[in-house]
Ligand binder design. Sequence first.
Ligand SMILES: C[S@@+](CC[C@H](N)C(=O)[O-])C[C@H]1O[C@@H](n2cnc3c(N)ncnc32)[C@H](O)[C@@H]1O
Length: 257
Amino acid sequence: MRFDILTLFPAMFQGPLTESILKRAQQAGKIAIHLHDIRQWATDRHRTADDTPYGGGAGMVMKAEPLAAAIRAVRAADEQAGPTILLTPDGELFNQSIARELAALPRLILVCGHYEGIDERVRATLIDRELSIGDYVLTGGELAAMVVVDAVARLVPGVIDSESIVEESHSDFLLEYPHYTRPAVWEGLSVPPVLLSGHHGEIARWRRAERLRRTLARRPDLLARAAAAGVLTKADLALLAGWGWQPPHLGGEEDTD
Ligand SMILES: C[S@@+](CC[C@H](N)C(=O)[O-])C[C@H]1O[C@@H](n2cnc3c(N)ncnc32)[C@H](O)[C@@H]1O
């Protein structure tokens, strides 16, 4: 999969995209990450990419011409098409299901805003989708782009062991079960005995119960979604009922009791 990132600050990407799993994925040819400095497409002597806002007010706005030229050139640099995505705090909230959707595409073009953001006319004409990584404001879209690349790249087949992805948090609304590694006793705290039993069925049942327990304790909103999506088994529902949780009524049906 190919990622193109358009930014005014390409040096910010050194480190997060050049270490560990993303580094190996690039070396193995599973993903390719291309950084593009938007200033390259600024035509004046000072390579100006931002200007003061019409109507006055604080901050600077990223100019339309260099950014539009950058997007058009980058799109044309590879025959594979992919959506041009702007990172912006007023975009659609990024989550694991969007990450899965994007990981199925051959290419993504990510545009990082900075200062007050980009000229609205570029958003209206050249941006296909807008994503926010959370309800807070960053200084620029660079960290947000790194978050999106990281979350998407690890779902690209062959980037990480596919078993790790199956039962992890947010894969099916449920959070992940707790993990332990050696030593079996650390500072007086023991690993749950079932994990040392070697009994695969028991371990799977314990892990499922821990996923449910943790989701109920931390994110009960996700349990309601899991119930609506039909991913809770009868055994899950019985366990949850024992802890006092009932699925909310769905579909607006009248209670006939
Ligand atoms: C200081 S912010 C601009 C905020 C903008 N004036 C507003 O109020 O919506 C500068 C840039 O950071 C990026 N950014 C900030 N917060 C973000 C978030 N939560 N998710 C994605 N990108 C974000 C965007 O690219 C944005 O153009």
